[in-house]
Design a protein around this ligand. Structure first.
Ligand code: ADP
Ligand code: TYD
Length: 207
């Protein structure tokens, strides 16, 4: 693959979307061809699946159903958007990816290894080159959220388990996952991510 695949992960409300917008502006001005996308979502079909997953009235959703829906949304996203863009040499920035399923469904919902197995089918070897993990306690993240979806409504115990699982993933993947202290100002966080990416994208071809 010629492009560069960057993902942002962390608790809800940790500031991922805010930082992605700033990074998009910065690198587009520098002439990089970028695709900004998100999960669950990023294609017409995946956005429809997103609506089903996050619908507050779907209280009876089975955990396996939930995990399969995230993976189905991801399979479409990888094949329709992410892989073609990387093959064309673009920088792809994705708000959440497979790590979210490993921690939210694998650990938060307690589904374990099968989450990795179904996602291996969905992503076909397409893994991020780098992942920024936004580190902020779920309590602090929750304070920032204005509109809750079905998953934001889960109790603090669930979100704490998810956060611990993120920290464990970071320990297990030190080369790929870069922890970011997200309990700082928007500007400070932006500066750290921008400096980091400038080094990494130095050798990537521009438009
Ligand atoms: P996420 O995409 O991780 O859910 P957002 O970027 O949507 O998070 O941010 C959630 C809320 O917190 C938004 O209202 C946003 O303006 C605010 N926010 C983002 N970054 C910070 C920050 N560093 N400090 C304080 N508030 C922030
Ligand atoms: P998102 O819209 O990114 O929420 P936020 O902007 O608040 O971070 O994601 C919606 C929710 O879906 C969020 O609670 C995390 C959850 N999620 C999973 O449980 N598994 C997954 O694989 C993904 C991609 C998201």
């Amino acid at each position: 693959m010629q492009g560069y695949f960057i993902t942002f992960e962390g608790p809800d409300g940790s500031g991922k979307s805010t930082q992605i917008q700033l990074i998009q502006q910065y690198f587009q001005e520098k002439g990089f061809d970028m695709v900004i996308t998100r999960e669950p979502g990023g294609t017409r079909i995946s956005e429809k699946i997103r609506k089903i997953i996050l619908d507050k009235t779907h209280v009876e959703m089975d955990y396996i159903t939930e995990a399969l829906l995230y993976a189905a949304s991801r399979a479409q996203h990888v094949s329709q958007v992410i892989m073609p863009a990387l093959e064309e040499g673009k920088v792809v920035i994705c708000d959440r990816f497979v790590d979210s399923s490993l921690v939210y469904q694998g650990v938060g919902r307690g589904l374990g290894e099968c989450v990795k197995e179904i996602n291996d089918i969905a992503i076909r070897g397409c893994l991020p080159d780098i992942t920024f993990l936004f580190k902020i306690s779920p309590e602090e993240g929750k304070k920032r959220i204005r509109h809750e979806d079905r998953l934001d409504m889960e109790n603090l115990d669930y979100h704490t388990k998810v956060y611990q699982a993120y920290l464990e993933l970071e320990r297990m993947n030190p080369d790929r996952i870069k922890g970011i202290n997200a309990d700082r100002s928007v500007e400070e966080i932006h500066r750290e991510i921008k400096d980091y990416l400038e080094v990494l994208l130095k050798n990537l071809k521009k438009k």
